[in-house]
Design a protein around this ligand. Structure first.
Ligand code: 26W
Length: 818
């Protein structure tokens, strides 16, 4: 079907054909959704050819394969991205224009595949894009959740969670692969049996329940290279070799249980970000996709190789945070129980195969499974964990004789829990953080003991983002401008070329062009906001944006308190010097995270009041964008003037939104946290607005105490006023209770937690000052243009292509395919 060159006539024909064969409609009476499906299926025909060729090449060349194991892949829409990566976007747009169809409207019909929460899931998606683009053989391995990240509705200012039925209309891009289905077993007991013939002990799982894991493959299209990799996500089906109407009660119960297990296991993505809840179903999900993926990977290896002890030469496993770290024990199980290796051999293979990435230092994010639960659900795997722990503890004692403190701090099994990170570090051949500062904190604080014991394992891989989605697709005007200025479009695969823009930062004509594009993008977003929020915003005001998951450490609360402070000033002094400002928020709160939800309500209440107060003449607007997700994020980044990256220093491992803003020409207003530090390294402190405590200062307070927010409240009358407004009904229709918890948390803390744990009051003044500097800088039109352009020009380092190349060079050692 595919011709080397795009054939417009053929493409149009296919779209029309698909409408007929799929829906029995002509173009004229097809719905937008039907047209989307028809276009996507037409595109798939082109992709399939490359997909098959790629897989054939892999078969022939036998490269080492990466398995990127992740509970989350926050992919975002595929249609536009695939068109861009296949260099077909313009031509398909033209073809559709000729049919009287608007490609943008068609793209808008695709549900956002949102099989992820936030940073970690979106990073996985960017990595897949870069792996295919750079020509490395890789599988993403995950779960095909029936419901992805919930859709957020705002009602009366409150967040309402609505199920995300992303598969409702089917998914044109996916391919079911029942031929690769794998059985996954849970529970029961382990019977040991001595095998005279082999002289080995066999471990036999009995009375277990099982599900069939059935993979669905998604094409991951590389940019401009005809390479198509695979995201393999697993669905669950019941194994019922008995009848549901069986008269045998035991069989009947079991059949029903297994049906329920299959249904429940892939039902929904846990919407928690950075917060662990010891839910049994979550552990089931983890083992389910890990076991299926590893069984498939080992089977694939064995098809072409005889020596299982050389497995690590042909595959490597990257564990995306602790969520898939049961991989370590499961690989041991497969190697020993199914492939017949002894412990030492299996351990050697496993420890040369598995590597671990840490994405957070938040204590509440650490996964520690109760031993009870773990051992009941995964009896054989647990035996293996026990043995891994026993040997690891021996090693600790060997290295630190008599130092039981070390054992307590580092053992895998401790205090009735399985500490997943400890197992990953003990077994992994690489342990990496996701930004320089984060890795240093891991080495010197959080994982200090492990670092001292095994320093060779630790390394940093600063995160990155794909410029294909976040510039080419999200900001086509700027993308074209960059190409014109650089005289080449090869920045698409080599973002370091952006530094070539530096020579234009003082050029008045280039400055004007750049800021005109920003204005166009702000108008596009203003239109979206009007349509979705009913709020009119001024595209010439400063668009000051904070979009990310809602979490206390990210300090959206500090941002909105500062807005309240500005509003107080404006009210008292309506003629004060004030550059019009639009504060834009977008954030989902985990469904059970009350304080986060109160913060959303507060933002919306402030928005309500401020936006409707005629006395401030529209100088200040606040917008909460409903249902922040990958698709609207692309527009938001493109339209931002200011990038709010204001986490308490040391808490944000890296951040990746910060890089997307930078790419799109928005300077960072932030703390010296995560990758902000490296952004400042690249652009220079004069092209960012940095404020607040350093990570050392924060950690010092945390370790030694001495922080008293109440004193700040007493001594700073502006802060005092703002905090009092939380409990005097100003933003709560007179209800003093509504924000009482927020107020209390800042001044008094609650049981078990410090007051103002994230140092909002401590950093407030320096934040307000930095905000003042933003305003001054923005008044200087030329200076601002220069600063914005310097950010775009300086973003080269933050391509996920660079990140992936570093993983390949230092950790994975993959073979490049051409
Ligand atoms: C078990 C609950 C849970 C769920 C998600 C714990 C932890 C997570 C993730 C690790 C949270 C996450 O997305 N972390 C983010 O990872 C990004 C990619 O490395 C970083 O840029 C962010 O700073 C980090 O918060």
């Amino acid at each position: 079907m595919k011709t080397e060159r795009f054939d417009k006539k053929l493409f149009k024909q296919e779209v029309l054909n698909n409408l007929k064969t799929q829906f029995r409609v002509e173009l004229d009476n097809a719905s937008q959704q039907q047209i989307y499906q028809a276009v996507a299926y037409a595109l798939k025909e082109w992709i399939i050819e490359d997909w098959m060729d790629t897989q054939k090449t892999y078969e022939e060349k036998d490269p080492k394969i990466l398995y990127y194991m992740s509970m989350e892949f926050l992919m975002g829409r595929a249609l536009g991205n695939n068109l861009i990566n296949m260099s077909m976007y313009g031509e398909v747009k033209e073809a559709l224009d000729e049919l009287g169809v608007d490609l943008n409207a068609v793209e808008d019909q695709e549900p956002d595949p949102a099989l992820g929460n936030g940073g970690l899931g979106r990073l996985a998606a960017c990595f897949l894009d870069s792996l295919a683009t750079l020509g490395y053989a890789a599988y993403g391995c995950g779960i095909r959740y029936q419901y992805g990240m919930f859709k957020q509705k705002i009602k009366d200012g409150y967040q309402i969670e609505v199920p995300d039925e992303w598969l409702k209309n089917g998914n044109p891009f996916e391919l079911k692969r029942p031929e690769y289905a794998k059985e996954v077993r849970f529970g029961g007991n382990i019977r040991t049996e001595y095998d005279e013939a082999t002289g080995r002990t066999n471990f036999i799982q009995e009375n277990y329940q099982s599900v069939m894991a059935v993979p669905f493959d998604y094409p991951i299209v590389g940019y401009g290279n005809h390479i198509v990799n695979t995201l393999r996500i697993w669905d669950a089906e019941a194994i019922t070799d008995f009848q549901l109407d069986s008269f045998d009660k035991g069989e009947y119960d079991k059949a029903v249980e297994q049906k329920n297990l299959a249904k429940n296991i892939v039902e929904v993505l846990y919407p928690n970000d950075n917060h662990y809840e010891g839910k049994e179903l979550r552990l089931k999900q983890q083992y389910f996709f890990v076991s299926a993926s590893l069984q498939a990977a080992v089977a694939k290896y064995k098809k072409n190789h005889d020596d299982i002890t050389k497995l690590y030469e042909k595959m490597t496993i990257q564990m995306n945070d602790t969520h898939p770290t049961v991989s370590v024990a499961e690989l041991m199980r497969i190697l020993m129980d199914e492939e017949g290796l002894g412990w030492d051999e299996a351990w050697e293979v496993t420890t040369k195969t598995c590597a671990y990435t840490n994405h957070t230092i938040m204590a509440e994010a650490l996964e520690k499974w109760p031993i009870d639960l773990f051992s009941k659900l995964l009896p054989r795997v647990y035996q293996i964990v026990e043995e891994i722990d026993r040997r690891f503890v021996n090693k600790i004692r060997e290295m630190y004789p008599g130092n039981e403190e070390k054992v307590k701090k580092m053992a895998i099994l401790w205090d009735g829990q399985v500490r997943m990170a400890h197992m990953a570090i003990a077994a992994g051949y690489s342990v990496n953080g996701v930004a320089k500062l984060h890795t240093e904190i891991l080495k010197n604080q959080e994982l200090k003991d492990f670092y001292q014991m095994m320093p060779e394992k630790f390394n940093n891989k600063t995160n990155g983002i794909t410029q294909r989605r976040f510039l080419m697709h999200g900001n086509p005007l700027l993308a074209d401008w960059v190409t014109k200025k650089l005289g080449t479009d090869t920045w698409a695969t080599d973002l370091s070329l952006m530094s070539g823009l530096k020579k234009y930062v003082d050029d008045p004509k280039a400055q004007k062009e750049f800021m005109d594009i920003k204005l166009q993008n702000k108008k596009r977003l203003a239109k979206y906001i009007l349509e979705h929020n009913g709020v009119e915003v001024d595209p010439t005001s400063i668009f000051d944006v904070q979009v990310k998951r809602l979490h206390e450490y990210k300090r959206q609360l500090m941002n909105i308190l500062h807005v309240m402070y500005l509003y107080n000033q404006l009210k008292k002094n309506p003629n004060m010097k004030f550059y019009p400002r639009t504060f834009i928020f977008g954030a989902k709160a985990a469904a059970g995270y009350l304080r986060a939800k109160q913060t959303i309500k507060l933002i919306n209440s402030v928005a309500d009041k401020v936006n409707n107060d005629a006395s401030i003449k529209g100088k200040l607007k606040v917008v909460f964008i409903e249902d922040y997700r990958v698709s609207n994020a692309e527009w938001i980044f493109a339209a931002a003037d200011v990038s709010e990256q204001i986490s308490t220093a040391s808490k944000e491992a890296s951040g990746t939104g910060n890089m997307k803003f930078m790419l799109n020409g928005a300077p960072t207003l932030g703390t010296m946290d995560g990758a902000n530090v490296e952004i400042v390294d690249e652009v220079g402190a004069e092209n960012a607005f940095i404020f607040g405590m350093s990570s050392e200062e924060v950690i010092n307070y945390e370790n030694n105490g001495g922080y008293h927010p109440y004193e700040i409240y007493q001594n700073d009358k502006d802060i005092h006023e703002v905090l009092d407004q939380l409990v005097d009904g100003t933003y709560a229709n007179g209800d003093p209770e509504l924000y009482k918890d927020l107020y209390q948390s800042l001044l008094f803390g609650d049981t078990g937690s410090q007051a103002d744990m994230y140092f909002i009051l401590k950093d407030f003044r320096s934040y307000a000052e930095a905000q003042k500097k933003v305003e001054e800088a923005y008044r200087d039109t030329k200076g601002w243009a220069k600063m914005a352009m310097t950010n775009t020009a300086g973003c080269g380092k933050f391509s996920s292509d660079r990140t992936i190349q570093e993983y390949v060079d230092d950790i994975w050692h993959l073979d490049k395919i051409r």
